[in-house]
Design a protein around this ligand. Sequence first.
Ligand SMILES: NC(=O)c1ccc[n+]([C@@H]2O[C@H](COP(=O)([O-])OP(=O)(O)OC[C@H]3O[C@@H](n4cnc5c(N)ncnc54)[C@H](OP(=O)(O)O)[C@@H]3O)[C@@H](O)[C@H]2O)c1
Length: 186
Amino acid sequence: MTKIAIWCRHDGDNIIGIGPNIPWHISSDFKRFRRITEGENIVCGQTTYESFPNRTLPNRKIYVLTFDENYVVSDPQNHFVVNDARVLKDFAEPLYICGGASIYKMFMAKQAPEIIVDSCFHGELNPKLKGAPVDIGECIAKMQKDYRQISPNYDEDNITTTIWIKKGEFVPQEVLKHITLAIINH
Ligand SMILES: NC(=O)c1ccc[n+]([C@@H]2O[C@H](COP(=O)([O-])OP(=O)(O)OC[C@H]3O[C@@H](n4cnc5c(N)ncnc54)[C@H](OP(=O)(O)O)[C@@H]3O)[C@@H](O)[C@H]2O)c1
């Protein structure tokens, strides 16, 4: 079924994190992410999972990628450990790929999402955060080469969001409609 990568990156350098943190705090960005992913299945890496408050996101099934076979999730009824990403290849429902960088890069290389929701933050990074910058430059280069933008630019609070689809792919209209309505209905 359809895979959708969803990220918010910093304009110019394509940074999505500093250490374990997202280096901006824009509440409309979190709200847009929630509207798009609520009620859906999401997949993320163990580092990103650990960064969610109380290691959870309400009303979502979370597939946590980790190589640790003994990893324990916070909510075993709704969160699932995945040690081998190949089991997600033929996932039956829309699957939202929610980071971090290692997960975006792996999916873009091996299980290319049909849809990308690309949000781009034009403001300043939080200068107080310590840690290594994490960027997805290689994913953006691939997006610009293999995908085409099919939406207008949606601007809100210094963030521009656009929808891209993989060239030559079939994309279910109901998934696109859900994402578009979630972006514009704020
Ligand atoms: N701005 C955004 O949209 C956004 C979204 C999400 C995250 N982020 C940011 O991204 C940063 C985290 O990115 P990250 O790359 O460091 O970490 P990550 O992708 O969240 O998680 C990395 C971990 O995922 C597991 N993993 C990676 N590839 C795997 C595979 N093929 N199979 C199984 N498990 C795999 C490993 O866990 P184990 O070590 O347990 O084996 C690895 O240590 C943070 O700064 C976060 O805030 C930003």
